[in-house]
Design a protein around this ligand. Sequence first.
Ligand code: PGA
Length: 310
Amino acid sequence: MNITLRQLRIFEAVTRHLNFTKASEELHLTQPAVSMQIKQLEQAIEIPLFDQVGKKISLTEAGEELQRYSRSISTLLQEAEQVFSEMKGIQRGRLNITVASTANYFVPRLWATFRVQRPGVKVSLNVTNREGLIRALAENETDLVIMGQPPEDMDLVAEPFMPNHLVVIAPPTHPLCGARHVPLERLREETFLVREQGSGTRSLMERVFAEKGLEPSTPIEMSSTEAIKQGVEAGLGLALLSVHTLEMELALNRLVVLDVEGFPVLRDWYFVYRAGKRLSAVAQAFKDFVLKETAGIVQVADMGASKGHK
Ligand code: PGA
């Protein structure tokens, strides 16, 4: 059977209007051109597709059958078009991702590996604290967010992908280094270096201390994790941080994880986006890639802690 997609498109227009003149107007063709294509279609199938009584035309049984096939073919073509445009999107798309300042310690590395597979994709990475992440979600300014503890009072999709362990750190010269099961109350006497208001790490710390009815004395506020690490190394005080931010300092023994009662606090890292948002092909591909890369990572905090204890 020798029929073309163009003939099917013309046939579809005629079946919709049941009128050759209207179909030819819609298709910007002459009426004889439309009639000719339908005639050729009928010749290829070897059965009439339309009955004509006066000016009125209607579909024959074969016409109705062809109409069903024609619809299926056009649906399949649309699907194929969608798949190819998604493929183009994955190869050459753009991803706007917003991550917690704390996640900034591992997201660029994941992105670098992902980029090897898809060099054409462009990323814009926005790093901000929890408050900034929540704002980006509320204002629909980002494709994908990576954060700890997603807010519960927003309509979001949150998928956990990797453990996030929060630990108490000290300089290696601190008297509590090497001590076992330090009671949380003991930390009341210590100066803490804390992140700015709006930081998820800060609010988690306040929650953990408040659960025990404690408040760290004379906290020193610093607006970046880097500054806090430098401050702890310099002996300004202790801090509570995600173990993901400490890889180098722990490996070089510049900082030590203290064995404090109730720590590490175990949380997860999440992919977060607004409920009902259709992820772009590239956002979906990056998310799938990270889920695969991070599957099976469970022991991060324990590694950090064991390095800290003598
Ligand atoms: P933050 O990150 O301390 O940089 O805000 C932690 C979080 O996502 O909650």
